[in-house]
Design a binder for this molecule. Structure first.
Ligand SMILES: Cc1ncc(C[n+]2csc(CCOP(=O)(O)OP(=O)(O)O)c2C)c(N)n1
Ligand SMILES: [Mg+2]
Length: 672
């Protein structure tokens, strides 16, 4: 690249972009780790985007109508931190930049949501950001239709690399965005033909523009170092009604000895080369030095949005008080006051009528009363609407002809759905839930982990939660998934036993502000076990005594979901033989763990034999079986030894020994 020619063609632009490049080089050198090349390659694109197009106000990072900027290529985090520092985001000071990648710094190795105000999402696992952005754009479409353009009318911009586009989840995102005609979405592809192992064509020869075009996108290809071309492409992207992809031909590590090589991807720390690069740029040579006039120009870019934001505040103030409160409530992630009374009324009715229904149906019954009072819910399913029971009668279908629809046909795209839901939750004013078969949490896992890490209340409706689904067989029967999800920090895994517990689980999910929820729901019908109405949400305690021993308490049976019925039947058998047996329903381990020790001890006192019943693997149960101190020796597990099989459900429960009789026999053998 002829750097001198670039410098002289657009000197002001060049110096602004060079500031991103030198801050990146210095921060990576100071940390002795990180990724220099991507920010150096995309600095021109980012500079034009921030200078001429992005609507943002660093002094109000949570302004609801701001444009969203998603750095999908999260390894290039210094691009984001440089932009935030230069434009004046209060959380990203120069000291934070100097502390790049250090303990306690807001400038983590990859951008992390919640560390600094202005970081829209956590990226680093490639492909997540571009898939999040589809959710951001969907939330924007729905809110624009609902609140009107005066309140919501913004764009979502994404920088994605070769890696993001190679990840499978990107195809799910591109397909969904194209079909949905998300015209306010613009992906800037860092087309540098370099990844870690070498050139992209060693592993991939996909015609990316053709691929996007095939899914209904507006596509442009430009020189990613030409500010005029970048500006024109962004203008054209905004004008086109389709989602836009701009292929930006760039040079990784522009101007450095490692330019255009995979070495340029990582940490460029050689002091001499760093100095030579700065000289070539015509940039100040001092560490973290940005010329005062250049910093001032960047600050002016940051100040540009204040007026637009103030004008928005004025428009917002013209809404009625009720509307403002409703908008603010949804953006705060607060449930409406009516929610708990609504849940209570449903519980009462269920405890009285005692229906025998699958908990996936119970979930639908709950959503039928919740969705009408929570306008921010956005439901959907990955092509299993009729099985997941996620669609309620009041939700219209979201599509290009109906932007007020709140139900999304995600297609067979579990990972894309999960990542899009994260985007909606992050956008604000939206509470997404989506369903698939629980076995396919595996496919959604990358995004589910990020819901937990980011601390956002995405809700997963995972039906067909065990061998209880029967004939579809072991490909569809989850056995290890409960253990995997319970092993994930900051995830509430609910496995309700009946409609009452399902309604209670939903109440917990819908009032959560910082934890995702997974609802594990049965395909098969289950009896109502909560036959006595309690206004209190017992699921909120995670575990509780469902049935007490009548005589001397000799055994405690712990169970979740469909196996609570088995536990109650086993209790009947044992009580008939004079063995006092308590049944503890444990719909959410994580909430039980959060109770104080005295409550946990009251529910699971030391002494009696303990048996757990769950149609999954044992992993994790020992904590409750052995006691929290690990000294309870008389314990056993009734569950799955391995994968399931294809047969009618009843036969499977018998063959795998998950029955009342097997449980009672185990208890008796332990009591001896
Ligand atoms: C899901 C996932 N797999 C692997 C990685 C490790 N990784 C980080 S960057 C990268 C290569 C990315 O190439 P590209 O997106 O072209 O970035 P560039 O080298 O151009 O900066 C890989 C494999 C990751 N962060 N996420
Ligand atoms: Mg690349």
């Amino acid at each position: 690249m002829d750097i001198k020619a670039l410098r002289t063609a657009h000197p002001e632009h060049w110096n602004k972009a060079a500031a991103i490049r030198t801050l990146t080089l210095d921060a990576v050198a100071a940390a002795n780790s990180g990724h220099s090349g991507m920010p150096m390659g995309m600095a021109d694109v980012a500079t034009v985007l921030f200078e001429k197009h992005l609507n943002f106000d660093p002094k109000a990072p949570a302004w609801p109508d701001r444009d969203r900027f998603i750095l999908s290529a999260g390894h290039g985090s210094m691009l984001l931190y440089s932009l935030m520092y230069l434009t004046g985001y209060e959380d990203i000071t120069l000291d934070q930049v100097k502390d790049f990648r250090q303990w306690g710094a807001k400038t983590a190795g990859h951008p992390e949501f919640g560390h600094a105000r202005g970081i829209e999402t956590t990226t680093g696992p490639l492909g997540q950001g571009i898939a999040n952005s589809v959710g951001f754009a969907i939330a924007e479409e729905i809110q624009r239709a609902t609140w009107g353009k005066k309140i919501i009318d913004h764009n979502t911009y994404v920088i994605a690399g070769d890696g993001c586009l190679m990840e499978g989840v990107s195809q799910e995102a591109i397909g969904l965005a194209g079909m949905q005609k998300l015209g306010h979405l613009c992906v800037l592809w860092d087309n540098n033909n370099i990844t870690i192992d070498g050139t992209v064509d060693m592993a991939d020869i996909t015609d990316q523009p053709a691929r996007f075009a095939a899914s209904g996108w507006h596509v442009q290809s430009i020189d990613g170092h030409d500010p005029e071309a970048i500006d024109a492409a962004l203008t054209a992207a905004k004008a086109d009604p389709r989602p836009s992809m701009i292929a930006c031909k760039t040079h990784i590590a522009l101007g450095h000895a490692a330019q255009d090589t995979s070495k340029g991807h990582g940490a460029l720390t050689n002091a001499d080369q760093l100095k030579a690069t700065k000289e070539l740029y015509g940039a100040p040579l001092g560490d973290f030095e940005v010329a005062a006039d250049v910093k001032a120009q960047w600050e002016a870019i940051g100040a540009r949005g204040a007026e637009t934001r103030a004008a928005w505040e004025e428009r917002f103030a013209t809404l009625s008080g009720t509307k403002q409160a409703e908008f603010n409530r949804a953006y705060a992630g607060e449930a409406p006051k009516k929610l708990s009374a609504t849940i209570r009324a449903l519980k009462k009715q269920i405890s009285e009528s005692q229906p025998k229904v699958a908990t996936r149906k119970s979930s639908e019954m709950t959503l039928e009363v919740v969705n009408p009072i929570m306008g921010e819910t956005i439901g959907g399913s990955a092509d299993l609407t009729g099985s997941n029971n996620t669609k309620t009668s009041d939700l219209g279908i979201f599509n290009p002809d109906n932007r007020k629809g709140r139900y999304i046909y995600y297609g067979v795209r579990e990972h894309g759905m999960a990542a899009a839901m994260n985007g909606m939750a992050l956008h604000g004013g939206a509470r997404p839930y989506g369903g698939t078969f629980m076995c396919f949490t595996d496919y959604a896992r990358g995004a589910m982990r990020l819901s937990a890490l980011m601390g956002i209340p995405t809700t997963y409706v995972m039906t067909h939660d065990s061998i209880g689904l029967g004939e579809d067989g072991p490909t569809h029967q989850p056995v290890e998934h409960l253990a995997m999800m319970r092993a994930t920090p900051n995830t509430h895994v609910f496995r309700p036993a009946d409609t009452v517990e399902t309604a209670e689980s939903w109440e917990m999910a819908l009032t959560s502000t910082s934890t995702p929820s997974v609802l594990c729901l049965s395909r098969q019908n289950l009896p109502t076990v909560r036959t006595e109405h309690k206004t209190k949400n017992l699921t909120a305690q995670g575990a509780y005594v469902l049935a007490e021993a009548t005589g001397k308490r000799q055994a405690i049976l712990m169970a979740t979901g469909s196996e609570v019925e088995v536990a109650l039947a086993a209790r009947d058998l044992l009580e008939a033989e004079g063995i006092g047996t308590r049944v503890v329903s444990m719909p959410c381990w994580e909430l039980f763990e959060a109770q104080d020790e005295s409550y946990r001890k009251r529910v699971l006192p030391a002494g009696p034999v303990r048996v757990a019943i769950e149609a999954g693997v044992r992993l994790g149960w020992d904590k409750w079986l052995m006691g929290e101190r690990g000294n309870n020796k008389k314990a056993g597990f009734v569950g799955m030894p391995g994968f399931g099989a294809s047969a009618p459900a009843e036969r499977l429960f018998e063959e795998f020994g998950i029955t009342a009789k097997d449980t009672a026999d185990l208890v008796k053998s332990l009591i001896k």
